[in-house]
Design a binder for this molecule. Sequence first.
Ligand code: C2O
Ligand code: CU
Length: 549
Amino acid sequence: ARVRRYKWEVSYQLKSPDCFKKVTVAINGNTPGPTILAQQGDTVVVELKNSLLTENVAIHWHGIRQIGTPWADGTEGVTQCPIMPGDTHVYKFVVDRPGTYLYHAHYGMQREAGLYGSIRVSVPDGVVEPFSYDEDRSLILADWWHKSTYEQAAGLSSIPFVWVNEPESLLIQGRGRFNCPSLLGGPSTSTDTGVCNTTNPECSPYVLTVVPGKTYRLRIASLTSLSALSFQIQGHNMTVVEADGHYVEPVVVQTLYIYSGETYSVVVKADQDPTRNYWVSTNVVSRPPKTAPGLAVFNYYPNHPRRIPPTAPPPAPAWNDTRSRLAQSRSIRARRGHILPPPAAADKTLLFLNTQNKIEGYNRWSINNVSFTLPHTPYLIALKQNLSGAFDPAPPPETYDYAKYNIYEVAPNTNASYGDGVYRLEFNSTVDVVLQNANTMNPENSETHPWHLHGHDFWVLGYGEGKFDPAKDPTTFNLADPIMKNTVPLHPYGWTALRFLADNPGAWAFHCHIEAHFYLGMGVVFAEGVDRVGRLPNSIYGCGAAPKQ
Ligand code: C2O
Ligand code: CU
């Protein structure tokens, strides 16, 4: 195993990813940042310098379990203090499994400003994967706003509430295309071609060049802040072979649905008419779309990469076709021969009702009526040092009143409150979490929430429609070939059941991956085996009741 060293500088950069110029947060001048390339078992060392003048930073290695290094998870407030302007912080961890992972800012809503990238971990030399391909490429999908993250965050925590609204653009590998002329009549600066300029080369579409006859593994990841997406390559089928770092039974799709925090590998053969180019397109699903499709060019060599495909991009799937999305979620099964079966039963079951509600006049999201707030002292430090007063010692609720609660109606949820308690899990126990969706504060509306667990993978035992019945529904769980993932969608008015082993000493966030939802309280923290955690490095200290050691 090797050591892969990276030196990164995080700084503000004026960029035009969708032709509109705004301040982004970049790594070594770029968004997306550099791709981390490693092999299973390697140690990754990232020396991160925060050159933002006015802002803290922390970077999370999404999908990397951090076994033995819970302090390197990069989750501000949970596993470390923020890295302050001018400071350098070293992240050091082992990538113990091959697969497709991500990294992104985990401080406030900073991810949305462009601080993210890919991690690609290949199999050790001599190990053969259960599918073959000639080339390996990564594509990150994202949504993009013209307002700053600070303005958005301020709106979310204001009375009256100001929602972030739908994104202005969808980006494929950091490139999108906003319709600049639509700004005419807006504020005078926006009509200035220096601010929105469709001829800026920074916003020319991303080009994926393929050689006719060759087979490509595309590692598709979503780091949207809000949107659930569909992904298509015009005229081409895609065979899904990997999800969140685990092999899956091959499934052929024309449209791949992907939620924020998920990664998929698809295998695509360049077997269509090679005399033309094709569109790669992504569209918003699950919310009424107000954003133009994100487009890239699937370029057949030797056609000119800028040659516009001769036919229009494929039509987007219906945004409200929840059934098709649920069907795709259910269709993905663990790859035979690569199945690690789940324990037959759980030691503990947590039933998490996801609701939107008002607390003291503020719009919030809550789990079992508790809206999460981050304490000033990171949980990992507070738990390890037994600091009292760092967070509420009372455990948060493990269930809700499922007999009475009507998930199809706007509920007043008047007893919702803020909370920063921790779910303490017995080390090595088996935990089931059933996420239960409900109506939002708007009539006849329920949203999609991609839930992401730090420090673990979980088995996805099932997805259901309506209200989960703890007496009946567990009999429908798939214990034979469930996939393992780190991020899973909770579909509108549905439930999602997952199981994991609390076998990784540390404190771990579990939250909705929608940036604004987590910001508004849609998350919890699990802790297990903290007494087994090794000596915490000094570098994670420096905030709250955890001054620099
Ligand atoms: Cu990718 Cu806590 O997030
Ligand atoms: Cu959410």
